[in-house]
Design a protein around this ligand. Sequence first.
Ligand code: ACM
Length: 266
Amino acid sequence: MKILKAGFIQTEPEFGQVANNCQRVADLLEKADADLMVLPELFTTGYQFTDREEVAAFAETIPEGPTTGFLLDLARDLSVNLVAGLAEREGDALYNSAVIVGPGGYLGKYRKAHIFDAEKDLFEPGNLPLPVFDIGKARVGIMICFDWRFPETARTLALNDADVIAHPANLVLPHCPSAMVTRCLENRVFAITADRVGREQRVPGEPLKFIGQSQVVDPDGNILYRASTDGEEMKVVAIDIDLARNKNINPRNHLFQDRREDLYRL
Ligand code: ACM
């Protein structure tokens, strides 16, 4: 058994209130005894930017920017690995990104590959490979929210030896919590979806309600914990990483070795 204490923070960010949103995360995280914690997509800012200029005003460089610095301090002080979503700027390009940091420092970043709906007016699609990071007790892959709708994302992370998929999210469609059960079954990985709750309507006629239900799912598709649809919370569960390293479904079926790449179209 290789036990990892892992979980999520589900928050209700107030749009643009970066300092308050960070403080709320720090307060919730202080009570966590964990090796790995996942925070929502765009956790510092909120989701519904009105235009690119507004994104640009909030976007930060990674790892030089203040949010990565804030997360680095938390990770060091609490001895925890953190995965968290934020708006990133690189030159004129804007990305919906996630950063991973640990007690020893910055580990890396990922830029959301499949950007959703109005995000296409705000962000560039991600241009980095789907990453897997070794945090010692586990290998952690990262994808962001709508990436769930493209099964190749989780499959690629699993083929790259991820044990756990860290999944910052701001979910507005209802299907993801169930779909992630299938992603875990398909790949025999753990998945931690960290969602937000609350509503935003910053663009007239486009109200958004975020569905919460952050969750931890195991490689057999069991939902180890699912959060509420409407409250902030922090949850940690102990997961056995060895389960994700055994890709046998039964003595005669191996999830990866039985793949028929000769028949698939990629
Ligand atoms: C989403 O990708 N945040 C819906």
